[in-house]
Design a protein around this ligand. Structure first.
Ligand code: PMP
Length: 438
């Protein structure tokens, strides 16, 4: 330690952070004025360990993915086993047990009526595939006028072009590309909170727009119950039931994007179970592998699959890494953990702890709303927050949270404990009290 005192400069060794700043893009950042990043050494359970040894309670589950926590032995074992046998092989003309086993398990767990699986390598790609399925379905039926997607404002479905076209056009992330994107049909934000009585008035405008444009619509695409990156809103199950009915009435498909909500996050295995609604096409990703590998999937009904395939039709998509055996093996192990553990009790417990520790923020000045559903806790501020300031405050206070817009929120691994959850809530409370958000 004495030697370090005499070394010039703030960092005695090349830790790579200068290179990172000068040469590596991080999500949504400037190459000239990048936001500061923290370097991670390892992660275990619900903790992330930084390079300097500091331990942070993880409130993000790596953007919804790491539901079982980090370093979970079942997932590592599955990865090691598969790595030694067959880490990758093309899926065109070949198949393998990890893919077969995973798809069998997925269809077993998914809402009834879904019978076909297309394996993708990321959430956005699964949304592209889902949109193409809907468009091919309508073409195969001869309904060539049905070329648009109907969706709601406040949604988020990914950063590729098709996915961007169904995101909220005013979300500030995608407007640079608005000239290029297909023009979709948007209804207002589903402004009918999950925990309040459903007000049919709140559906009227959505219904009006749908009926007016119905002849152009191939499919409805929405995130069920929870709008994630578009605002962390929880809407009423009845809203989704009404969308399903409207779609059915007009022969329009329903695509549900459960990439964030799937695999237990809202307290149900799939968020659409809150409404007892089954989609025609379902997108899953993120937590599918427990956050250890990149994998996503699109599930479709017999009707969708057979209609596209009639008269020699083929589904026109095929990413290089689709069906990657390593990812499939890990995903299968992750579904196995869900099957073999009482994840529902865990998520219920986390919901209670989030309510307990985030609830006191309701009393603070500048807080517009605090809401909790399953293992998701949200503190919505009245004004946009200062993200770099807050991020620094949180790291200094031993937690990992990543606010955006007016939102400070957490969706931790399901294995987080009460004390760790309390630390997340206390850090948010202290940050607002210290005005670190301004
Ligand atoms: N849909 C939803 C609901 C999402 O939350 C995300 C990712 N935040 C995506 C799609 C895109 O997934 P990916 O980032 O894996 O492409």
């Amino acid at each position: 330690a004495r030697a370090l005192e005499y070394l010039p400069g703030p960092r005695p060794v090349d830790d790579g952070l200068d290179f990172d700043r000068d040469h590596i893009w991080h999500p949504y950042t400037s190459a000239l004025e990048p936001l500061p990043v923290n370097k991670v050494r390892s992660a275990r359970g619900a903790r992330i360990v930084l390079d300097d040894g500091r331990e942070l309670v993880d409130g993000m589950a790596s953007w919804w993915c790491a539901i079982h926590g980090y370093g979970r032995p079942e997932l590592l074992r599955a990865a090691r086993h598969q790595l030694g046998r067959l880490p990758h092989v093309m899926f065109g003309g070949l198949t393998h047990d990890p893919a077969i086993g995973l798809c069998r398990d997925l269809l077993d767990m998914a809402p009834d009526g879904l019978n076909h699986v297309f394996l993708a390598d990321s959430g956005s790609v699964s949304v592209e595939a889902a949109i193409k399925m809907a468009l091919q379905y309508m073409q195969a039926k001869g309904e060539t006028g049905r070329t648009r997607l109907f969706t709601v404002r406040g949604g988020y479905h990914g950063d590729t072009c098709g996915a961007m076209s169904v995101c909220d056009p005013d979300n500030g992330m995608h407007h640079l590309f608005s000239g290029l994107l297909p023009k979709q049909i948007f209804a207002p934000v589903p402004d009918c909170p999950f925990r309040e009585p459903f007000d049919p008035e709140r559906f009227r405008e959505t219904e009006r727009i749908f009926r007016e444009r119905q002849a152009e619509i191939a499919a409805v695409i929405v995130e069920p119950i929870v709008q994630g990156a578009g605002g962390m809103r929880f809407y009423h199950p009845e809203y989704l039931r009404r969308l399903r009915r409207l779609a059915d009435e007009h022969g329009v498909l329903l695509i549900l994007d459960e990439i964030a909500t799937g695999f237990g996050r809202t307290g149900k295995l799939f968020a659409c179970e809150w409404s007892s609604v089954t989609p025609d096409i379902l997108c899953v990703g993120k937590a599918l592998t427990g956050g250890t590998m990149t994998l996503a999937a699109v599930l479709a009904t017999n009707d969708v699959a057979r209609t596209i395939s009639q008269d020699g039709g083929v589904f026109m998509h095929g990413p290089t890494f689709m069906g990657n055996p390593l990812a499939c093996a890990v995903a299968r192990a992750s579904l196995g953990i869900l099957r073999d553990t009482d994840w529902q009790a865990r998520v219920r417990a986390v919901e209670g702890w989030l309510e307990e520790s985030f609830g006191p923020c309701r009393e603070l000045p500048g807080v517009a709303d605090v809401r909790v559903l399953g293992a998701i806790g949200v503190v919505e501020m009245e004004n946009p927050v200062n993200v770099p300031n807050l991020q620094r405050f949180f790291v200094d206070h031993g937690v990992w949270l990543r606010p955006f817009g007016k939102l400070i929120y957490a969706m931790p691994p399901y294995i987080i404990n009460r004390d760790e959850t309390a630390r997340l809530g206390a850090a948010i409370h202290d940050a607002i009290t210290a005005r670190a958000h301004q």
